[in-house]
Write a protein that binds this ligand. Structure first.
Ligand code: NAP
Length: 243
């Protein structure tokens, strides 16, 4: 089964590093015309040189910048809300600042960017597809991840409501829920062998995800091969959530 996205315009947030960068690469390889949005201009410049994609610098933690960034991206048929942050802190030491920032990037920016993009899709009347990059942590508690788990639980719920309200406009909305993935964020949160060992032991397939494992799931959900899949949370977790 080949996935082709020729003639489709795609916006990928958080495309400078990790999963988002791999998604931008893969969607480009599938024929999509990709706009990559992220925070660090240097990451976007190397991605532009590598893939030829269009790039946009915006800080999605800022609500107004998120709205402007989505508007500057222009019309797209495909949206990947991938940008996310993790600020690991024990529950009792979780600060209001870390909580608010995590919610702003992982949840509020998804709301704002998708509102802008979906309004355009509805106006053009040809539907579209959205994939939100959530996490296994939306469905399980992980120590030191109170704000992050709360944000991804909220993102799954946002995904469901978006599916309900955007479905009648033929805009499909789904989420992917990866396990620990080998990216800069994955290294930061799970690089310590004292943490990575017990986590890996809970994954029946016995390994962490590679960014490409997640990108393949995203590309599938964006494609017409997933035309009847809507409102789903797809684990990309080696079976972690099966336990
Ligand atoms: P990453 O390696 O930290 O890369 C995240 C990318 O998003 C970076 O390019 C970053 O840019 C960008 N970004 C972060 N905050 C932003 C903001 N405020 N505005 C614009 N761009 C921003 O993370 P990742 O591991 O690829 O994670 C991608 C997504 O997968 C996230 O939603 C994450 O929660 C989810 N996820 C990750 C894992 C994992 O283990 N890695 C597991 C499950 C789910 P800068 O570096 O310039 O800030």
């Amino acid at each position: 089964m080949e996935i082709r996205l020729d003639g489709k315009r795609a916006l990928v947030t958080g495309a400078g590093k990790g999963i988002g960068r791999e998604v931008a690469r893969l969607l480009t390889a599938c024929g999509a015309d990709v706009t990559a949005l992220s925070r660090s201009a240097s990451d976007l410049e190397t991605l532009r040189q590598e893939t030829g994609c269009r790039v946009l610098v915006a800080d999605l933690a800022d609500a107004e910048a998120a709205r402007r960034g989505a508007e500057e991206a222009g019309p797209v048929e495909l949206l990947v809300n991938n940008a996310g942050i993790s600020i690991p802190q024990p529950f009792l030491e979780t600060t209001a600042e870390a909580f608010d920032r995590t919610m702003a990037v992982n949840v509020r920016a998804v709301l704002i960017v998708t509102q802008v993009v979906a309004r355009g899709m509805i106006a053009r009347g040809r539907g579209g597809a959205v994939v939100n990059v959530s996490s296994q942590s939306s469905m399980r508690g992980l120590a030191d991840h109170a704000a992050y788990c709360a944000s991804k639980g909220a993102l799954d719920q946002l995904t469901r409501v978006m599916a309900l309200e955007l479905g009648p406009h033929q805009i499909r909305v789904n989420a992917v829920n990866p396990t620990v993935t080998l990216t800069p964020m994955g290294e930061m949160a799970w690089g310590d062998p004292a943490k990575s060992g017990p986590m890996r032991a809970k994954i029946p397939l016995g390994r962490f995800a590679m960014p490409l494992d997640v990108a393949h799931a995203v590309a599938y959900l964006l494609s017409d091969r997933a035309d009847m899949i809507h409102g789903a949370m797809l684990p990309v977790d080696g079976g972690f959530l099966a336990a």
